[in-house]
Design a protein around this ligand. Structure first.
Ligand code: BG6
Length: 494
């Protein structure tokens, strides 16, 4: 497929030697370069506080680790490395800023886009933007990307947004949630709004409940210092899971453009019923992993991870039951769960339909299951619809559940780009549809804050779970109390 190149750009990564830059941002830019989307004169600047002796060699190592060998063409690698420059800049003082101004040069081409990607702790977003303004690096062709988390709670998110808005116009600010760049997440929009089949049934009269699971096998992987102050609710629910919920639950936007889509998403966030001190005990479960085994390898418990407090009460797992107070979804529970060190890496959305209203089949035709739509976001991306069918053969009517299966790997025999590849190019193109607007981030914090407050008031402590399981038993009880179960492909087969 032909790839259209984007405008020439200077891409400046604050936190350029950090984990995200090395694991995701630079590999994503490399892949776009490899596919011919980046103009020859585009440049990449990686910033960190201290000088780095041989930055290009470090990036080469990172690319060898995070890009598959087949894609690491030697010519492209040399071209990509030649675009890179490291500049030592201290976000909290004036050190290095004149060097950055000099390295960027006047850049008098008005078409040349300048992107500042802030892959740093959110406390630095304000000071960095203030310095960008002071050093003349925030003109009209400049865009700024904010990595999540934006703030630690509603008050700090507002403070950070105010500081960034003092320098940049809202149209220049791109708040990234990489889940929105995943192919299968964007596919949710196609599934719902490019097919006539589902939308008439997409409401409380046909849907019994919805499940959203984002499970990881990884632990905190050297990010204990950050994670121990965040926890699963702030790290995953406030952003990724709520964004998925928005795409599942929103009304059809008028058109697929940034304001229309984001206007619909925010209505979902505003319809979320607050979780109170009274409801927190039966609507939420916090968990924390203990030592266990993943794929036969023993792994340590959370409290023994590097940079985690010995008595830490941070949750590494959350399960929630939530409700949307609106016409479409009244009475339909949404069950969400996410955690680290779980049995399987899987992200999926399950739409469980209601049973048929009346059974016409005799008892010996066997049990009937209600339709279920499973949207597997990763890995092994697919959409599966569980249907009831007749088992072939003579001897009367025997019913059997079987899946209609749309496997993306089989249908589209091509590489699935990483979410960051799409999103970084959207920043250069100036398309914010898949980014979060200020009001969305704040609405997500306002609702998540109700849970954090309720946990604090009720002194809710994380329940232990063994690494390699599906989380604490209370999370199973959370859904089973309602006569439902978490979907598990390995048990159900469809
Ligand atoms: C990040 C979280 O935003 O998403 C991490 O900070 C988490 O803790 C990651 O591991 C999961 O992303 P993915 O794309 O691997 O599902």
């Amino acid at each position: 497929m032909a790839v259209l190149s984007v405008a020439p750009f200077d891409f400046v990564v604050f936190g350029g030697t950090g984990d995200l830059a090395q694991r995701k941002l630079l590999p994503a830019l490399f892949m776009r370069d490899r596919d011919g989307q980046i103009t020859p004169d585009s440049r990449i600047f990686a910033l960190s506080r201290r000088p780095v002796p041989d930055f290009r060699r470090d990036v080469e190592h990172a690319l060898r680790e995070h890009v598959s060998e087949a894609e690491l063409d030697a010519g492209v690698l040399a071209r990509f490395l030649a675009r890179l420059e490291h500049v030592a800049v201290d976000a909290t003082s004036d050190d290095g800023w004149p060097d950055l101004v000099k390295a960027l040069g006047d850049g008098d081409d008005p078409r040349r886009v300048r992107v500042h990607y802030l892959a740093t702790s959110p406390d630095l977003f304000g000071p960095i933007c203030e310095a960008l303004g002071r050093y003349g690096l925030a003109d009209a062709r400049t865009r700024v990307v904010l990595e999540k988390p934006i703030g630690h709670d509603l008050a700090s998110a507002r403070r950070t947004n105010d500081q960034v808005n003092a320098v940049f116009d809202e149209t220049q600010i791109f708040r990234i949630d990489h889940y929105l760049g995943k192919e299968t997440v964007q596919n949710l929009l196609a599934l719902r709004f490019a097919n006539a089949l589902f939308e008439p049934l997409w409401n409380a009269s046909a849907i019994d409940h919805v499940q959203i699971t984002v499970a990881e096998k990884l632990g905190v992987e050297g990010r204990g210092g950050y994670y121990d102050h965040a926890g699963a609710l702030r790290d995953m629910v406030q952003n990724h899971l709520l964004q998925l919920l928005c795409l599942v639950a929103m009304e059809p936007p008028r058109v697929l453009d940034n304001e229309a889509v984001r206007d619909e998403k925010i209505k979902v966030l505003r319809a979320l019923a607050p979780i109170t001190r009274e409801s927190v005990g039966h609507s939420t479960v916090r968990g924390q992993y203990r030592a266990g085994a993943i794929d036969g390898q023993s792994v340590r418990g959370y409290l023994d991870e590097q940079s985690v407090g010995e008595q830490s009460q941070t949750e590494t797992f959350v399960a929630l039951k939530l409700e949307l107070k609106n016409w479409r979804w009244a009475g339909v529970p949404f069950y969400l769960r996410t955690g680290k060190r779980l049995q399987q890496k899987v992200s999926e959305i399950v739409i469980q339909f209601r049973p048929v209203p009346h059974r016409i089949f005799p008892a010996d035709a066997g049990p009937m299951q209600a339709n279920r739509l499973v949207i597997r976001l990763q890995p092994d991306e697919h959409i599966r619809l569980l249907m009831m069918t007749k088992e072939p053969g003579p001897g009367g009517m025997r019913l059997k559940a079987a899946p209609l299966n749309l496997s993306f790997a089989e249908t589209f025999k091509q590489r699935f780009p990483d979410a960051y590849e799409r999103l970084l190019m959207d920043v250069v193109r100036g398309n914010p549809t898949l980014f979060m607007r200020r009001d969305e981030v704040e609405a997500a914090w306002a609702w998540s804050g109700t849970i954090l407050d309720a946990w604090a008031q009720a002194d809710e402590r994380p329940r232990p779970y063994i690494a390699g399981t599906w989380g604490p038993s209370q999370a199973i009880a959370l859904i089973e109390r309602d006569g439902r179960t978490w979907y598990d492909e390995t048990l159900e087969g469809v």
